[in-house]
Every structure is written in C-alpha cells, then in structure tokens.
Design a protein around this ligand. Structure first.
Ligand code: SF4
Length: 283
C-alpha cells in the first residue's frame, strides 16, 4: 500500500468554483478549431451562423459573461486515488460548495430544481451537482466536470439493442436520435455514444465520451471508423448549424465501448450542443 496522502477538502472549493466560471465563459480550443474547420465547407448562411457562434464565444470570454443563458447542470466524474484520505469535512459537500460559489459569484443562471415532479422549486445555487465517484490507484484526485445544457440533454436516448442489431442497428439508433433532436438541441452537436455495459452503464459511457478532446479518435480502429461513418451520415441529414440547413449538424461523434452481456447490446446517445463545457480539476 502507498503512503496515505491527506487532502483537506477545502482545497477543492476554489478549484471547482473557478472551473464553473471557465466552463461558462470559455469555449474549449478543440471546439473553436472544429467550428473554424467546419465553416470552410459550409454554405453562406451556415457559415455566417458558425461565425456568429465564434463571435459570441469571443465576446463571452472578453466580457466574462456566459456563452449561453443556459449555464447547465454540473456533472462531476471524480476519480479518487485509494491512497487519499480526505480531511476537513465531506468531499461531496466541498464539491457542492465549489459549485454553489461558482454559480453565485459569477452570476451564472441557477437551473436546478429540488424536486423533479411536484414542487420544482429552484435551489437558487445550481446545486446539487450530479457526482459519480470511482476509486482508482494512487494518491491523486481528478475531477472531470461538465456543465450540461438541457436543450441537448433532453434529446438524448438509451436503447436496449440486441446483438443481432449489429452496427446497422447502432447507426439507425444514432440517426433516429439526431433526427428527433433536430434544431431543438442547438446544433452543431458533439455526439457521445456509449455501446455495451448495462442500461445505466452505457448512458454513463455516452456522457464520458463527451469529455474526450475532439481531435482524439477511439483507440480501436473499428470504433474509430464507425465514429467517422456516423459523423458523415449525421451530417448528410442536412439539419445544419442551428437547424437552418447545412453540412455541419455535428462536429464530432465520439464512441466509448465496454463489455456487455451475451444477450444484449445497450446503446446510448448523449447529445451535446456546441456549448460543450468541460473542465478538469486535479489535486
Ligand atoms: S442546448 Fe446548449 S446552446 Fe442550447 S440553450 Fe442549452 S446550453 Fe445553450
């Protein structure tokens, strides 16, 4: 066993707070590059929309205001090294406090309601974040954060495909999901696809797939080829930037896969709008 490393949970709070600001106000370089590249192949109207998206992001960064009014719900994927011992309070509460301070201090819209079905009263500080924690080796804590807008989250879907559905079934499901999303999910999209696992595991995979930098492909050449094919077919739908037609319905399709049961092939599609906000905190 390695030497135990003590981490005071209060160290997390300013890091999470600042990550909330950064995600809301700064486009990732990979998204900016992908939009710049996409505009080269677009028709005049679609190109002008892509230019507006870039201009909007530049203004947001320079004036320190959010890129979009929907500043999302925070999802945190925390990898905690097994040689870490948290001190000074609760890890979960510190993470929530970082979110609370970030949304309050930078005047980001609070978009979370405490009860999903009945009261739907806004918690007014964008908490609670959804936290997924896994224990890893070592003495580091790494937290990947997303601020997910719900225009696109609402259009995501899970299908319990069968092994017989094969690659064709995956393609059909992804295309059907994107068609249903249409302009309402604020294209151009980044599309996360999870294949395998179980009902809930493939949904998580599809969300984790959105965290991968856009220039990286799946490390398995078969899945990398499927990512390219899906991107081509999605863009052939012609929905285009903001749904006003064009060849850039999506900037990238990212697949993550994992082992599954012999009787099934769960598949999830997590659609993300062009405001694909993520950040990483490492302690
Ligand atoms: S889906 Fe994305 S771009 Fe559309 S309103 Fe929500 S955060 Fe903004």
């Amino acid at each position: 066993m390695g030497k135990i490393r003590e981490i005071d949970v209060s160290e997390l709070i300013p890091l999470i707070r600042n990550a909330c600001r950064e995600m809301a106000m700064e486009y990732g370089c990979d998204i900016r590059d992908a939009i710049r590249q996409a505009r080269e192949t677009e028709n005049e109207r679609a190109r002008s929309i892509l230019d507006l998206l870039l201009q909007n992001a530049e203004i947001a960064t320079s004036e320190q205001i959010p890129i979009c009014q929907d500043t999302g719900m925070i999802i945190a994927f925390a990898s905690v090294g097994q040689d870490v011992h948290f001190t000074g309070g609760s890890f979960q509460q510190a993470l929530q406090e970082g979110v609370r301070q970030g949304y309050h201090d930078f005047a980001l819209r609070a978009s979370v309601v405490a009860d999903p079905l009945y009261d739907r009263i806004n918690t007014k500080d964008n908490t609670p974040a959804v936290i997924h924690t896994e224990i890893t080796e070592g003495d580091k804590v790494q937290i990947s954060l997303m601020a997910k807008g719900f225009g696109s989250e609402n259009k995501s879907a899970v299908a319990m495909l069968t092994p017989a559905d094969g690659e064709k079934g995956v393609i059909r499901f992804v295309l059907d999901t994107v068609k249903k999303a249409g302009p309402n999910a604020c294209p151009p999209f980044i599309i996360g696809v999870g294949i395998g696992g179980t009902f809930e595991a493939c949904a998580l995979l599809s969300k984790k797939a959105l965290l991968r930098p856009l220039q990286e492909k799946n490390s398995d050449v078969r899945y990398a080829a499927l990512e390219d094919r899906l991107l081509q077919e999605v863009n052939a739908l012609g929905i285009g930037p903001q749904g006003l037609h064009g060849v850039t319905t999506a900037l990238k399709v990212q697949i993550e896969q994992m082992p599954t049961h012999i009787a099934g092939m769960p598949c999830a599609v997590n659609i993300c709008c062009h405001v694909c906000r993520h950040a990483k905190v490492v302690i």
